[in-house]
Ligand binder design. Structure first.
Ligand SMILES: Cc1cc2nc3c(=O)[nH]c(=O)nc-3n(C[C@H](O)[C@H](O)[C@H](O)COP(=O)(O)OP(=O)(O)OC[C@H]3O[C@@H](n4cnc5c(N)ncnc54)[C@H](O)[C@@H]3O)c2cc1C
Length: 394
């Protein structure tokens, strides 16, 4: 079968690889001059080095993402600590703590005060079990509560980073799905991982090379404006474009942004190479070779702030917390305005499944109904599902 894949983000590339491996001839159409969509690297002239559009964190329980990397020969291009450790700092109080999960499935770590969030009691962690009862209409804060140290120092950062939506709005079901595939399975499924050199070097360039080596046709800078009738097609574009290409499609309509700040500076990577930050604007900081990168998720709430003011505040937090020089180093602030769909129950209810009314057209993308939040794992899983849906009906 000959298949057109529209969009060379992770969903489209995963679909293309799956179809190619099954012996089908794939033509990938990508509107932009480069592949990768929302997960890409580029050379930043201002900083004089390559940076990612944003820090992307995987967990070792993201098995579709890891299988994809294995297939394209990039499994070893991930970096991360050998143990499931999550160091945190509170930028207001200076407090430091490290969540130290144990490798196995039973969460022994919550029994040890030195391995859990300071100021929390064992019984409070039982609240997480409520997630198992989450229904489609529940949001995270109403189900788990929105006060106390456990909320501010663990559940809130976890929900914001996993769902890119504030906990009072974020749907609880996809958070349950993430935890079921990671923390619930144990520390071995919760090892933090990220791209060693860059997102493109890990997730995108090896996939393009693998596809080309296996006979796929990749066409960059080719924007598709209508689908060819009767042609087997994977539509792997953002939701608003999919709605234009596929008549009658219901898609999510609200988005959340992510702000990433890249500072041309160095810091000791510490035990894990990254930290979670609470009590300020900064949420996650990654100490890369010669760039310190900070992520602020669910960033619509800061949209009115001046970018330079954000950079100064964030650097102030880093300088105070990690004892760095207080002068703000050269930096780049990157806002991805439509980083992901807003993961509210109402928006998630608008996610379409893989199949469309047209049997030769299937959908892929982190915004489709994967059961997961809009993430790399969801995007890759959606691409695999789209490929299999086409193959199974051919
Ligand atoms: C700043 C940031 C940080 C993130 N952090 C994380 C993280 O830590 N962990 C995590 O798991 N996920 C994270 N994500 C989410 C992750 O990046 C996405 O889930 C994933 O990249 C989505 O892939 P996709 O293929 O579904 O969509 P996209 O990447 O949007 O791909 C769609 C592609 O379609 C192309 N296209 C559009 N229109 C057309 C057309 N008409 N014809 C041809 N091509 C077209 C686009 O150019 C694009 O390349 C983050 C996202 C951002 C923006």
């Amino acid at each position: 079968m000959s298949v057109h894949v529209i969009g060379a983000g992770l969903a489209g590339l995963a679909a293309a690889c799956q179809l190619t491996e099954l012996g089908h001839h794939v033509v990938v159409f990508e509107a932009a001059p480069q592949a990768g969509g929302r997960a890409r690297s580029y050379f930043d002239k201002q900083l004089g080095c390559r940076i990612d559009n944003g820090n992307h964190l995987l967990l070792s329980g993201n098995i579709s993402a890891l299988s994809y990397l294995h297939r394209i020969g990039a499994r070893r291009s991930l970096l991360g600590p050998a143990q499931p450790v999550f160091p945190f700092r509170d930028v207001k109080t200076g407090e430091a703590w490290t969540l130290r999960l144990n490798q196995g499935g039973f969460p022994w770590w919550v029994f040890s005060p030195s391995r859990r969030v300071p100021g929390t009691r064992l019984h409070q962690y039982l609240a997480l079990l409520k997630l198992r009862r989450a229904t489609q209409s529940d949001n995270v804060a109403s189900l788990l509560g929105n006060s106390g140290q456990l909320y501010h120092r663990l559940l809130k950062p976890l929900a914001i980073s996993a769902l890119n939506t504030m906990p009072h709005e974020a749907a609880a079901e996809p958070l349950r799905a993430v935890l079921a595939e990671t923390i619930d399975r144990g520390g071995y499924a919760t090892l933090p991982r990220w791209a060693k050199l860059g997102l493109s070097e890990t997730f995108i360039d090896p996939a393009l090379e693998w596809l080309r080596n296996h006979g796929a046709d990749i066409r960059m800078g080719e924007r598709v404006t209508e689908l060819q009738q009767g042609q087997a097609t994977v539509v792997a574009v953002p939701p608003w474009i999919a709605a234009e290409l596929v008549p009658g499609l219901t898609v999510p309509t609200e988005y959340e942004s992510i702000c990433n700040l890249h500072f041309r500076a160095q810091m000791d990577p510490g035990e894990a190479g990254f930290w979670g930050l609470t009590g300020g604007l900064s949420e996650w900081v990654f100490a890369r070779r010669d760039v310190i990168s900070v992520t602020i998720s669910a960033a619509n709430r800061y949209m009115d702030m001046d970018q330079e003011a954000i950079a100064e505040r964030v650097w102030g937090e880093l300088a105070k917390t990690f004892k760095l020089d207080s002068a703000v180093p050269p930096h780049r602030v990157l806002w991805e305005k439509r980083a992901t769909i807003l993961a509210t129950p109402a928006q998630l209810a608008r996610r379409p499944g893989t199949r469309t009314a047209n049997p030769s057209v299937v959908l892929a993308g982190d915004w489709t109904d994967t059961g997961l939040p809009p993430t790399i794992e969801g995007a890759i899983r959606s691409g695999n599902a789209a490929a299999m849906a086409l193959v199974n009906q051919a």
